[in-house]
Design a binder for this molecule. Structure first.
Ligand SMILES: Cc1ncc(COP(=O)(O)O)c(C=O)c1O
Length: 382
């Protein structure tokens, strides 16, 4: 059975068909590369004129590594509520921000913009720095501005939109000192990840190299396959916060750089939007498998199509049976957050998953993905 993943794989051919267009984010003067989004945040917060120990506010719906980056950089954290529509709770921010808070992080979940104008107004009134977490939102716009251009600083997890062994970015908009440089790092996991991803691309695209790739990949696969086993119970492993190749202090892997621009970024936006619209229009949504967003706003470059389900681990397993591998964001809150303070956080953590819409899926793939997901919905909906 063909397998459809939420993230693209490495197309080695892009190395000799390099895209020369000017890129609105990567070519910004104050854009800096790191190993990951978390590393970008670690170095980014350190350029703000803050004292160590000051408080940074985070949304209660998060994946944990972004919170960990701020803690490791020497700051304390607190949390604000997120509504069921995945927006920062503006009323709460207007009413309840403490005076000792120095900065606020907004996460543009799944590439959809947060209400930045309102949040910026609050930041100005309360003298807070605004940090945009665009880990999901590379190449997404709000009206005529790219996400990441509203805050004082912004971070991206480039590897989520464009396939790379690792890669994160920091955009410094305010007049701030240059951020520190990450330490260079290379390990066998990175190299293996790169090779695996290249082989996966060949197998998926049934290119001439596919047969041989399949044989090599099957050898590589043993461990990975075991991890993806449908029946596997997913738990919070201690190493979740310590993945060496994405480490908070690391520079981007030297072999990631040539893959940063695999094709026109405008084309990436167009393809992701088309795939998103196709899924949104053709999936058999129902009460146990429903839309998060009714429309795809102009300018949004979606990371995936988020849907509400009655248990994302359960649905992840259901969909894997049909060859569709989903993205689950925020399965666990960071341990420093008291979950009891946020009434809907468990529902968000366990009730949303992301379906694939990435730029390497063509219209035939999308037809098959819809067919497979609809079969799963028909079989497993209660
Ligand atoms: C909202 C958000 N911020 C930051 C990060 C960190 O990005 P990276 O995995 O590139 O370190 C992630 C990763 O999943 C994320 O989802």
């Amino acid at each position: 059975m063909q397998k459809y993943y939420t993230f693209p794989s490495l197309n080695i051919r892009t190395l000799w068909k390099r895209c020369k267009e000017k890129n609105s984010i990567l070519d910004e003067e104050n854009f800096f590369l790191y190993a990951s989004g978390r590393a970008a945040l670690f170095y980014g917060i350190s350029c703000l004129p803050l004292e160590k120990g000051q408080k940074v506010l985070f949304p209660s719906y998060h994946c944990g590594v972004e919170v960990e980056a701020i803690i490791r950089a020497g700051f304390t954290v607190d949390f604000y509520p997120v509504t069921d529509k995945l927006e920062a709770d503006i009323h709460w921010l207007e009413e309840y921000i403490d005076n000792d808070c120095a900065a606020i992080v907004v996460i543009h979940f799944y590439g959809f913009p947060q209400p930045v104008d309102q949040i910026k107004k609050i930041c100005t009134e309360k003298k807070l720095y605004l940090i945009e977490d665009c880990a999901h939102g590379l190449y997404s716009k709000d009206r005529n501005k790219w996400l990441g251009q509203f805050g004082d600083i912004a971070i991206y997890s480039i590897q989520k939109t464009v396939c790379l062994p690792n890669g994160g970015g920091l955009l410094v908009n305010a007049n701030l000192p240059k951020p520190g440089k990450g330490r260079s790092f290379i390990d066998s996991v990175l190299v293996k990840g790169l090779i695996r991803s290249v082989l996966e691309y060949e197998v998926f695209h049934k290119s001439k190299a596919a047969k041989i790739s399949k044989i090599i990949l099957d050898r590589f696969r043993d461990r990975q396959e075991a991890e993806e086993e449908i029946s596997k119970e997913i738990s919070m492993e201690p190493e979740y916060y310590d993945v060496p190749c994405y480490d908070y202090r690391n520079d981007i892997f030297i072999f990631s750089k040539p893959f940063l621009r695999p094709r026109s970024f405008l084309e990436i936006i167009r393809l992701r939007r088309n795939n998103y619209q196709y899924l949104q229009e053709n999936l058999a949504f129902n009460d146990t498998f429903s839309k998060v967003h009714e429309i795809l706003p102009e300018g949004v470059c979606p990371l995936c199509l988020p849907v509400k389900v009655d248990g994302n681990d359960k649905w992840s397993r259901n969909l894997q049976r049909y060859g569709v591998y989903v993205f689950i964001f925020g399965r666990f809150s960071h341990p420093v957050m008291d979950q009891g303070l946020f009434h809907n956080v468990e529902t968000l953590n366990q009730g949303i998953l992301g379906l694939p819409v990435h730029q390497q899926l063509d219209s035939d793939d999308m037809v098959l993905i819809v067919r497979q997901i609809n079969k799963a919905i028909a079989r497993f909906s209660e």
